[in-house]
Design a protein around this ligand. Structure first.
Ligand code: CTP
Length: 420
């Protein structure tokens, strides 16, 4: 919970820390995006070795890629320079042996067709074929015209590549460099970086359907006024992202916040506590984990007026009366699915003092197996936080860190409890 900023700012610098990536570029206008991707991977802590085909060098120069990666680029299998510190003139062997993954972005239609047939007539395809298939994953980011993309030959090739163990990422849709509109654009560098980070994340929640609530609720007084709170939704959005990285199917029910939806996550926007309850009650029927990170307003005006309340010049102030909102978490936690263990519920507690005592009492009151306590005034609007996890066995402290780091730790804690 806290204020608004793009999910991008939640990305800590070390997401690819310690990873060595061989970034291959085949020919396509999307090579310009590979420059940004290279920069983003380096910023995320990876070391990057760029390998380019001759066709790629027609679109962007090796000088640019060398400057961004900080390493000389390889583009020929006859290049006599030392590769990966070995001077045996076998760049196709040496470069792939030290890689945690080979990422080809852009992967052209022609390049994928070559891979399907195991052809190896230039350095990049030679290196893909010569890589240790069990330990060096190959990840392709296709990029091409929409007709080339939807052609049965390309779709057949992608199916074959997947069957051969290659990870073929999605493509984007939209306006293409050729002026046509449709599927086939290479994903944006930020999306590719996210997919890469996810690729390396252990799939602790594979097979789970995680439902997350996030943000404040807005309780209307009249058509232009309402009651809300300072929650930004950042913590809930980070949890949704971390759950998706961990392999879960994720649905996020968000109160009114301006945050972008984490990649791969389904989102339902709601306004009031009653709207939120309706969505969550419905979605909880299919979920296996529910994380209630939303700061649900405790009260709503007893009635929502159809017309704006006007000043009448007398100086009299309007009197508002309130009714209590339903406790969404407590009612879902009391449902037969939660009681039978089919739905694991996690609550949050935003407190201003005595965190441990309040969190323990709230966990029992809400009837949830795990409750995550935090100090509200220390977290609302911030990019970082500190959490105290309380369950029936005791407590776990997660020291102050970015909300994404904490979200990943929380997901690992939930997975540990789910797997007994
Ligand atoms: N919650 C909910 N429905 C409500 C109020 C809270 O589902 N009407 C959920 C929150 O999403 C959170 C947990 O209950 O997971 C605790 O919320 P919090 O605001 O800390 O506590 P309250 O139940 O409002 O209790 P209090 O105001 O006494 O601290």
């Amino acid at each position: 919970m806290a204020t608004s900023a793009p999910a991008r700012s939640l990305l800590p610098a070390g997401d690819l820390g310690g990873r060595h990536i061989v970034l291959g570029l085949s020919g396509g206008i999307a090579c310009y995006k590979a420059a940004e991707l290279c920069r983003a991977m380096v910023k995320a802590g990876a070391t990057v070795q760029v390998v380019m085909t001759d066709a790629a060098c027609q679109f962007i120069t090796p000088v640019t890629m060398q400057a961004l990666s900080g390493r000389p680029v390889f583009s020929s299998q006859w290049d006599p320079r030392e590769a990966a510190g070995v001077g045996n003139n076998m760049a196709h062997i040496n470069l792939s042996r030290e890689a945690d993954a080979i990422v080809v972005a852009p992967a052209s239609a022609d390049f994928m067709a070559k891979l399907v047939h195991g052809r190896a007539d230039e350095l990049l395809s030679l290196m893909c074929l010569a890589r240790p298939i069990e330990s060096v994953p190959l990840i392709l980011a296709p990029a091409m015209n929409r007709e080339m993309w939807s052609h049965p030959a390309t779709q057949r090739n992608i199916e074959q590549l997947r069957a051969d163990g290659t990870t073929v990422l999605d493509v984007g849709a939209g306006e293409q460099a050729c002026g046509e509109t449709g599927d086939g654009r290479m994903l944006e560098p930020e999306e590719l970086l996210y997919d890469l980070v996810r690729f390396f994340t252990p799939k602790l929640l594979a097979g789970q359907h995680v439902l997350v609530s996030a943000g404040p609720t807005f309780e209307a007084i009249d058509p232009v006024r309402g009651l809300t709170n300072l929650s930004s939704g950042k913590m809930g959005f980070a949890i949704a992202r971390a759950a998706h990285e961990a392999g879960a199917q994720v649905t996020l029910v968000a109160g009114p916040v301006g945050l972008p939806t984490p990649r791969g996550v389904g989102r339902v926007n709601v306004k009031s506590a009653l709207n939120m309850q309706k969505s969550l009650d419905h979605l909880a029927q299919a979920a296996t984990v529910f994380v209630s990170a939303a700061a649900v307003a405790d009260w709503r005006p007893a009635q929502m007026l159809d017309q704006k309340i006007k000043k009448d010049g007398s100086g009299e102030v309007p009197t508002l009366s309130f009714v209590e909102n339903p406790d969404i978490l407590a009612s879902i936690a009391a449902s037969p699915r939660a009681q039978s263990g089919a739905l694991y519920c996690v609550g949050f507690a935003a407190e201003s003092q005595d965190l441990l005592a309040h969190a323990q009492a709230k966990r029992v009151r809400k009837g949830v197996p795990l409750l995550v306590g935090n100090i509200g005034p220390d977290t609302f609007g911030q990019d970082d936080n500190a959490l105290l996890l309380v369950d029936a066995h005791g407590t776990v402290e997660l020291p102050r860190a970015s909300k994404l780091v904490l979200a990943r730790q929380l997901i690992a804690e939930i997975a540990r409890r789910l797997h007994g």
